[in-house]
Design a protein around this ligand. Structure first.
Ligand code: WTA
Length: 631
């Protein structure tokens, strides 16, 4: 087991060691895992490539570290507790031994259906234990999984299938979310009309709704596993073999496939989990994310299971059947560590603290926050009302690309400060750069958040396009990984994340590229041009504000706006629907034809007075019109 940091001086000691001698530091942590062959070198790196290798030439299988490694001592311990959407339905508890059998059986099933080491498998499934089983079975046979959030549209799904040339799709008939039953299989059917690489689709039966099964291609999960052996020998993987691809939005173009590899991701997801949350054997841990996002990968599935933890998987939404559901689940399973997003906290806060009254919440020890900056009000509400002032709030900053938490308090070790992610984890060497690329030393500085030394779970590439990885993350500031976030280091050396400095907006903790949303809006035949910006939103953190130039002929403004929303929903998914749409006669442009987003951002956030000098614009008049009609 990994030795946990226990005191603040212990943290500072470890941090110092990790910078002085990273190889020694990480090799001691990696020694807690089972490797078929030890590494020749701990780390080899060059951010110019970028070319990063951790635990070079080591051999392992991550699922042996989750399953075989835990069977002897923890075989009967719950690995996954599943709480269904509907509290009246039975829950499920899956022990490590049962998980082992399920994963082995499904590994064999994948193989029988033609999946081989290196093949890509798309997982488009609801929050059920089988989704975790599917991920682990892929990892066990060396196939590369790519989980796609089951709220994405058929077109988004098709784009991802095509980008990674997936051979198989794992899905379900439908999905429950609150009082809604959501189509899932039919979305896959639609997506597969514009893809050519998928040979088989395995369908998990969840809702029992009617679906079309294509003969020779589609098989029910329960039929596929029937009679299949529950023993499977794990594929021996190289430390740098691909473990998974996860698509995420950036400031330009289509979402890119962030690639994580086996060895480094294993070590870092487990190390960060154990330390940040101070997980002790016997604790019950719950992260409310969806496995379609990186938080679900690292802190519902891999991190906790590598640590031999009991991890809760909740299928539903925070407010169904009532806004006390989260707290009811916390009491029901005596949750010790609870990890959620600021947007959920704000949404529940809006119902008032009375909602919490019927619940004891006395098992809670640690409260986590992730996905977006947490405002002070939400931080205090979480700390005072949910944690009753007893539980440290760990505000964890990280990204799909970082694979694990990079900046966060260590629970009960690092003194917290509202809205501050506080200090980097050991091994994480942060740097704040000004726009000219100068590193700002000392405290009380603000700038672009970068990292100057690799940590084990840094992304290795973007799938199929290494140059894009280089351009996006390693070219803005030579020799540094650039996060895209702005940050402040205060007088105590504490870090506060200020939000994105690029054209990415963060809506309810979901990353959205403004260009991506604009492209979707522009698909509507009546749209001439559009510009999308984020604006402050009470619950979502940021909302999507779209300025659209339209050919209005024969349409009412309201109808057109509705059609635009439907278009975006169809092309990306409901999460990308603009909150506000303003039909405008033109967009403010520079003389070279570039949209001045700075001005639009100000107008959208209600700051219509201090727009700065607009006289150099190509069309200064439109600014007045936009300003007067702001929503
Ligand atoms: C934002 C989610 C402030 C940030 C794990 C980052 C945060 C982006 C925090 C990554 C936090 C995440 N405080 N901002 N604690 N956590 N972010 O890839 O802008 O979905 O760049 O990963 O979310 O989003 P992603």
């Amino acid at each position: 087991m990994i030795n946990k940091i226990q005191t603040l001086s212990g943290y500072f000691y470890d941090y110092q060691k990790s910078v002085q001698d990273p190889e020694h530091f990480w090799s001691r942590i990696a020694d807690a895992f089972y490797w078929h062959k030890r590494w020749d070198k701990v780390v080899e790196w060059d951010f110019d490539g970028p070319d990063v290798k951790w635990f070079k030439n080591a051999k392992l299988n991550i699922t042996e570290n989750i399953l075989e490694r835990h069977l002897f001592l923890l075989g009967d311990k719950p690995a996954i507790i599943w709480e269904p959407n509907d509290p009246k339905e039975d829950n499920r508890t899956i022990s490590y031994k049962e998980l082992y059998e399920m994963v082995c059986q499904f590994s064999n099933t994948l193989k029988e259906n033609g999946v081989e080491k290196g093949d890509r498998v798309i997982i488009y499934m609801p929050m059920v234990p089988e989704t975790a089983v599917a991920m682990l079975a892929c990892a066990r046979i060396g196939a590369v999984h790519s989980v796609v959030f089951a709220g994405f549209s058929s077109q988004s799904l098709a784009d991802r299938i095509n980008d990674c040339e997936a051979k198989m799709v794992l899905t379900s008939d439908g999905n429950y979310r609150g009082d809604k039953k959501i189509e899932v299989k039919s979305v896959v059917d639609e997506a597969l009309k514009s893809t050519s690489t998928v040979e088989k689709v395995i369908v998990y039966q969840r809702t029992g709704q009617e679906v079309t099964m294509t003969e020779g291609r589609d098989i029910w999960w329960h039929d596929a596993i029937e009679g299949v052996s529950t023993e499977n020998k794990a594929e021996i993987m190289d430390s740098e073999d691909m473990l998974f691809i996860l698509y995420t939005s950036g400031s330009t173009g289509k979402p890119k496939g962030v690639v994580h590899t086996c060895g480094g991701y294993m070590v870092y997801s487990c190390y960060s989990f154990q330390n940040v949350f101070q997980y002790n054997q016997g604790d019950v841990y719950w992260c409310t994310a969806d496995v379609g996002w990186i938080t679900g990968h690292s802190y519902i599935v891999y991190g906790p299971l590598l640590a031999g933890a009991t991890t809760i998987m909740y299928e539903g939404v925070p407010t169904y059947p009532n806004p006390g559901r989260f707290w009811e689940i916390c009491d029901k399973y005596q949750v010790n560590q609870f990890y959620t997003a600021p947007t959920a906290i704000r949404a529940l806060q809006a119902y008032g603290a009375e909602v919490l009254k019927p619940y004891k919440l006395d098992s809670l020890r640690v409260l986590g926050s992730v996905g977006e900056p947490i405002n002070e009000e939400a931080w205090h509400w979480y700390h005072d009302h949910v944690g009753k002032g007893r539980c440290p709030v760990v505000d964890t900053w990280w990204q799909t690309e970082t694979g694990g938490i990079l900046v966060s308090p260590i629970a009960s070790v690092t003194p917290t400060k509202p809205s501050y992610a506080t200090l980097p984890l050991p091994g994480v060497q942060l740097a704040i750069l000004d726009n000219d690329g100068n590193e700002l030393k000392g405290n009380s500085v603000e700038g672009n958040l970068c990292v100057k030394f690799p940590w084990p779970s840094i992304l290795r590439t973007t799938y199929g396009d290494h140059d894009r990885c280089k351009q996006t993350y390693f070219s803005s500031f030579k020799g540094y990984y650039f996060t895209g976030d702005g940050v402040k280091r205060d007088e105590d050396g504490y870090y506060r994340i200020l939000g994105r400095v690029d054209d990415v907006i963060n809506v309810s903790g979901h990353r959205m590229g403004t260009a991506e949303v604009e492209n979707a809006i522009n698909e509507h035949p009546k749209v001439v041009e559009s510009a999308v910006v984020g604006y402050p939103h009470d619950i979502k953190g940021q909302g999507i504000y779209a300025f659209v130039i339209c050919d209005m002929e024969g349409r009412s403004e309201e109808n057109l706006k509705q059609e635009i929303r439907v278009t975006v929903s169809k092309i990306i998914g409901p999460i990308a629907k603009p909150d506000k749409i303003q039909i405008v006669p033109g967009l403010p442009k520079t003389r070279s034809g570039k949209i001045m987003r700075r001005i639009l951002r100000k107008i959208a956030s209600g700051d219509t007075e201090n727009l700065g000098d607009t006289s150099t614009l190509l069309n200064p008049d439109v600014v007045d019109d936009i300003r007067e009609n702001v929503i």
